[in-house]
Design a binder for this molecule. Structure first.
Ligand SMILES: *Cc1c(COP(=O)(O)O)cnc(C)c1O
Length: 357
């Protein structure tokens, strides 16, 4: 039996979207493909409301994190760490031989603009890395305030992992001055995994011209060349997924992006209300994610057993991340899930745990 996914990636994929992947193959150097990619890129720019370049990467989102570091950081980077994925930014930067400084807060807490301001006063960085929506802790970092601080340092770029929020939570990429904004397609885009979207600023492309040792596969300038000359990708892309993305973007436009964001906020409200009634939110008050809720296991339930019972009914939630495995559990409300889906799930959890709903 298929288990409906309420986990923070991969998310549940609609059947019609899955089926688009069964379309016949086309050559990636054909005119047909150039038209497909052009269509996808135009739609992405529209739904994301950006004038920046949009490239499709045949890798998961982490690949574009690495790309962002390799193309935009000459020497030093400041990583804002509040959980597992924001820590990954720092690990990637170190692995790419960059000098890394961090601002760190406890898991469950958000990075505050003042912390970034303090760090930037003390030293110069080529870039700051941020995870907008820290999936491991359910924290939504205050990107608006953080971006404002970074704007005071014109040579310091803003690299943002929006893997679990882009297309579910409104992010004003251009207004915030995000230089690299990246997301995997298996989260709020609600597609199968295997591809990532990168929104790259003009000055990030300029910076890339000045940076060496970028490798080839993730060199933004190679993407730029293939896009400008042929409306294609440098290497063979995940064509079936691009076909599905083209279709999914039509669905998103039919729903309306603002409606999509509103639906996510409403789903989050329902889960938060439930969590506060029966458990507690793990994320700091005022900084709750709108796409995934991390809930503190105040009742000491067995999260594994709960998921086993849910599994028998065809549902799946997520345990806590890493060290939070049984201390928290996570309910994702991202992608194409609806309020009805969420209420249905919570009703089942209430029945299993014998909570008075
Ligand atoms: C899922 C996730 C990642 C990792 O994405 P991959 O597609 O597995 O590379 C990175 N950052 C955040 C915030 C995530 O939620």
């Amino acid at each position: 039996m298929h288990k409906k996914l309420f986990i923070p990636g991969p998310t549940e994929v609609m059947e019609d979207v899955l089926n688009v992947q069964a379309k016949p193959m086309i050559g990636h150097r054909s005119k047909e493909f150039s038209e497909l990619l052009t269509s996808v890129v135009e739609k992405l720019k529209r739904v994301l409301a950006t004038k920046n370049e949009v490239y499709i990467f045949t890798s998961s989102g982490t690949g574009v994190m690495e790309a962002a570091i390799r193309n935009c950081v000459k020497n030093k980077v400041l990583s804002l760490v509040c959980g597992a994925f924001s820590k990954r930014w720092a690990q990637i930067a170190k692995a790419c031989n960059k000098e890394v400084a961090t601002v760190e807060v406890d898991w469950g807490k958000a990075i505050k603009p003042e912390m970034v301001a303090d760090a930037l006063k003390k030293d110069h960085y080529d870039a700051v890395t941020l995870v907008h929506n820290e999936t491991s802790t359910g924290v939504r970092n205050p990107i608006e305030g953080i971006a404002e601080v970074i704007k005071e340092y014109p040579d310091t770029f803003l690299l943002v992992d929006t893997v679990s929020s882009l297309m579910g939570d409104k992010i004003e990429i251009d207004k915030l001055g995000i230089d690299v904004c990246l997301a995997s397609v298996q989260k709020c885009f609600a597609l199968p995994p295997g591809m990532a979207v990168g929104v790259i600023s003009e000055r990030a492309l300029k910076r890339s011209e000045e940076v060496t040792d970028k490798g080839y596969y993730f060199d933004f300038l190679v993407f730029k060349k293939y896009w400008e000359e042929r409306r294609q990708t440098p290497t063979t892309p995940a064509i079936s997924l691009i076909q599905a993305l083209d279709y999914q973007l039509d669905r998103i436009e039919q729903e309306g992006v603002e409606n999509r964001y509103q639906r996510h906020r409403e789903m989050a409200e329902i889960v938060r209300g439930w969590a506060k009634k029966f458990f507690a939110m793990f994320s700091e008050e005022g900084y709750h994610s709108v796409t995934v809720s991390a809930i503190t296991n105040t009742r000491g339930i067995s999260v594994a057993d709960l998921n086993k019972e849910l599994g028998k009914q065809g549902y799946m939630i997520s345990n806590g991340y890493g060290k939070l495995k049984e201390k928290t559990f996570r309910i994702a409300h991202m992608g194409d899930l609806t309020k009805e889906d969420i209420n249905d799930l919570l009703g089942r959890i209430n029945a299993i745990l014998k909570l008075e709903g």
